[in-house]
Design a protein around this ligand. Sequence first.
Ligand code: ZN
Length: 278
Amino acid sequence: MLTLQETSVDARRHPSNLNSIEFGPWHISYDMSCILPSMCSTKVVCERNDDQFCQFCIYCKELSIPHFPDMVFPKNNLSLTHQNGAKISFNPLDALKLVACTVDAIEVSCAEVWQEARPDATKKKKSFDWTFSTNYQGTLSDNIIVEPSEEGINFELLKQKDQILFYHDLTLFEDELHDHGISKLSVKIRVMPTHWFVLLRYFLRVDDVLVRSNETRLFHMANTNYVIREYTVKESKAADLKIPTAQMKEADDVIPFMPVKKKVVHKLIVNSESNSSS
Ligand SMILES: [Zn+2]
């Protein structure tokens, strides 16, 4: 049975006003927050170094990249928690941990454009992937079993115009690459009467150079003990897309036209006991 936390709200018209919902054995919730400050806000406390740190200092400690995106939303967090303790969550810190501290060849060619546009960038010589590209696919608790899957996501079901019980779109981080494009990680959740669906999307557009997307889709059907996870990487040089830059503003404008570089499907088994015990 599905129960809305705030039944006074019309879920179809104002789904974003809800911040949690129960879906069978799942508790689905999100948090929202303001932007990560660009400096330490509680120096006296943080300098004591006794495990109490402001968000900024936590990011400095946990991440090895020398810069953070312009906008990081440290507490924007989507969690899907099963009653047996299994948890799938999405947060910007874990995503940024996967940003490379070295750059590959194609990024170097972008970096030339980047450095020309930004002379002060040469001063900060420490190399890292300034596009903040991340292959983050969400954070899983240890009791979730991940295995390859023949079964993909039921996209026909997703296309059906079912009632939307719960919907939200959270930005985890965003950087405008000093007006040379966009690097953005966002996560959307949609809960319908028979299933839930999550789209985590990293989107990169370096204007006139490169477009890239790393998308993770999670799909769960009610009364099953698993979640299907599809991870799709797409990338194209801007010139190969033959789409004017002005028409590439939004991820949805361009991702459907990009070639798939990699696609991996997994089954996340969240409740293996339900098979054997009943
Ligand atoms: Zn601090």
